[in-house]
Design a protein around this ligand. Structure first.
Ligand code: NAP
Length: 241
């Protein structure tokens, strides 16, 4: 049985990805920084008949938590780096502080680096390893580059730049693994109704989960080192994410 680890899977999009992959027959490690929340999420899925799933305490900002999670797993086929934070709503290139960047990058960028590097040895042993990094249309430099186009939001510099960095990490990771069976991609789930957006959005968590799972399930002829955003582009003016 193939296995998958999803970070930040106790709720929102990550929870849906965990459900979809369990339904597809993966053994799922449902990552959650709060173990009780992770266990509660697992119980919800078990009540739906999904037994091939277990909660794993994993705070992506804590090296000791990541190391402990790594020790608990002996094989892994799929890593979905989903855990992410927005960093609050007041963000400005002129006034957001380095501490604000540090906090958001610690989860959205350094967290992905920590988790990916901790589990890469196990993934290298898998016949068809997959890594999906959950990104956002808000991270696109080309889309944001027209500074006189107000239709493309530019008010979330801390979050946006963290996901731009994640995209570049994704490309470099795929590049370094290009002669292997790995498929490594960054995917935008769409503007989704979760706690993250105050339950605003054009997509349900189920739809978003399907968009992410699609790139877990790509075959050996599938893409690598790419960024995918299916829902719409550019994002509408009222879309903060
Ligand atoms: P969400 O409902 O707020 O869920 C975020 C998840 O990340 C939660 O499980 C949260 O855990 C976890 N998390 C946060 N910090 C963590 C840490 N240090 N270690 C481990 N887990 C941590 O948000 P979502 O909408 O599902 O977002 C999931 C991903 O999609 C994020 O990367 C986000 O940037 C991305 N995204 C979302 C949208 C959207 O419209 N919703 C659009 C584009 C991209 P707790 O429950 O403990 O807080």
């Amino acid at each position: 049985m193939k296995s998958a680890l999803i970070t930040g899977a106790n709720k929102g999009i990550g929870f849906e990805v965990a459900k979809i992959l369990a339904q597809k027959g993966f053994f799922v490690y449902l990552g959650s920084r709060n173990l009780a929340n992770g266990q509660a999420a697992v119980e919800k899925l078990k009540a739906q008949g999904l037994t091939n799933i277990t909660a794993l305490q994993l705070d992506v900002t804590s090296q000791s938590s990541v190391d402990a999670a790594r020790k608990a797993i002996s094989s892994l086929d799929v890593l979905v780096n989903n855990a992410g934070i927005a960093g609050g709503f007041e963000q400005s290139a002129l006034t957001s502080t380095a501490d604000q960047y540090q906090q958001v990058y610690d989860t959205n960028v350094f967290g992905v680096v920590r988790v990916t590097q901790a589990f890469i040895d196990l993934l290298k042993n898998a016949p068809e390893p997959r890594i999906v990094n959950v990104s956002t249309a808000m991270a696109s430099l080309s889309a944001a580059a027209d500074i006189f186009n107000d239709n493309y939001p530019k008010r979330y510099v801390v979050y946006q730049s963290s996901k731009s960095a994640l995209n570049m990490y994704t490309v470099n990771l795929a590049y370094e693994l290009r002669d292997t069976a790995f498929k490594v991609n960054a995917v935008c789930p769409g503007y989704t109704q979760t706690d993250f957006t105050g339950h605003q959005g054009t997509s349900t968590p189920e739809e978003a989960g399907q968009r992410i799972a699609k790139y877990v399930l790509v075959g050996q002829n599938g893409p690598t080192g790419q960024y995918f955003s299916e829902e719409y582009f550019p994002a509408p003016a009222n879309c903060p994410w």
